[in-house]
Design a protein around this ligand. Sequence first.
Ligand code: ADP
Ligand code: MG
Length: 630
Amino acid sequence: MAKIQVLSREVADKIAAGEVAERPSAVIKELVENSIDSGATSIEIEVRKGGIEYMRVCDNGCGIEPEQAETAFLRHATSKLKNIEDLYLIGTMGFRGEALSSICAVAEVEVITKTKENEEGVFLRLERGVVTERDSIACGEGTTMIVEKLFQNIPARMKFLKKDSTEAGYIADVLGRIALSKPEIAFTYICDDKEIFSTSGDGKLQNVILKLYGIDHAKGVIPVDYTEDNLKVSGVIGKPDIARGNRARQTLLVNGRYIKSHVVSKIVGEAYRNSIMVGKFPFFVLDIKLPPECVDVNVHPAKTEIKFANESRVYEILHHAVSNALRAGKDNATEKQPEHKTDKNTETVHSILAMPKQSCKPSFAEPERERIEPKLVREYLDSVIPEKKEVKKDEVIFSDFNFLEDVRKSDIRVIKEVDNVSEQGTDPENEEMFERIAAPSPLGQVFDTYILCQSDDVFYLIDQHAAHERLRFEELKKSYYTKARMSQILLSPMIIKLDFGEAQTVITNLEAYSAFGFDIEDFGSGSIIVNATPISADENTIRDLILEIGDAISGMGKHSVADFEERALDMIACKYAIKANHRLNLAEMQDLIQKVWEMDNAGIRTCPHGRPIRIEFTKDEIEKLFKRKL
Ligand code: ADP
Ligand code: MG
């Protein structure tokens, strides 16, 4: 065996740095936590090129004493912990005294800092952990840390970093969660000279949610405030309709500190059982407050994991807190809003097998979503178009009033394109998908969901949604794999507001979207313009579809590409397929039966998820049921 040696400071720091400063977002987290600990009320974060090139965190906190500036960068130098007992009673964010020494081992760091008591501030520059410059400097109270050229001296680490935009997204995610944990601090995040978000620091969680996730989230939350034993659960949970396809919008805080916990996510999910679909995750920002001796946050170097002393009890109380809030939320909703009813008999049904040629109207109004009156939009459009053009109702719907302002500032291409864009769609009917064979006639429909028909001695029940979804899925798959055009250009492009993370996913995957028939462009400030879509649908459906595909792209690591493609095609098919509880006329039923028979002939007998399209009863079986036969 080799001789045991004590590692040099440089090597030891690099190892520690790997734990603490794993990627730009981890560095940002440490720096911002230091700013929070310094008592700052306002923190500005700026990054360039995903933070790999440049990161700056500027706070108005207490600053560092001039004679302490160098000490702060020493390993295990901390002003927050003096002995081992303190480890368990820690109220501040950082306590290991490792962050600054780790960061300056793997990057070039500059610090400008001044305390209230000092007339002048200090400027320090460190390269590879060594101070190369020191000066006094005139500056305001607080601290600015600049970290440049991260990992440039460690190529192996550099390789582990993702695309700039992905790293910037991770930073947005970390900062979002920190902002949610500290509504009383004003945070501004600037990425490549663009302001991504800015919170006001007014102490209101709902306002932070509004800034990060938009109006439907801010309005779609239910407050949680629950105490049992010595444990308090507070924050908000989302109403079922803002649940998403992944856990990115679940934030757990323990004593105000952001923690990752799959168990907690599961327990919250449990409380929502039966109110949200399988595969959807509820929105929440929850803070569990309990005596510090009941938690050990020291299990993970980056401090994002946790162990509770009496775990099962903590989870039980959490479950109570969420279930109670959900129940209270429901009670409120029924008190305030009479049940929303649609009269399906008077609803017109599109010819289900013919591609509708225009955006269809949403079949129900979403009460939570703030929409701009189509009339207002029309008036606006009229006022900006020199010669009056007819703009169809409901086709330009801005989800946010600010966007009118944005549109006004940008060119008015939304309107211009109305002119030269012809309304078109793919017409899968042009080319027969399957061999044409004879099919029976419909006898009728039951429960507005199942079509009945008979052929010879067999009686059939067809699930209209399963059948239509599979048909759409097969058509889409064919267009996709033969690279046939599968999109239709919108008469009026949709402008859709997303949050930074969502917009980032969409914008960095425009090619994938275009393969699925979308034509999307970046519209800046987290919004996108959708010029073409694979299906005709209202804006809400298109938005959901874009986000669902985005969620699938984000989770693609876990699936093969082919698997992802089929899932995405199925999402599109499902959105467009005729639903259950939808009355059909005889011609529509006939069309669908025809396709079911043709698909059956081609060996296709289930929906994309494996549920049967049709079930059958022979005359024999029916006679036995009626005891006509034994
Ligand atoms: P820790 O946060 O665990 O104490 P760090 O390496 O992150 O260790 O920071 C070392 C010390 O530097 C802190 O304890 C604090 O005294 C000082 N410090 C770091 N950042 C700031 C800041 N933004 N404002 C004031 N003091 C700071
Ligand atoms: Mg720290």
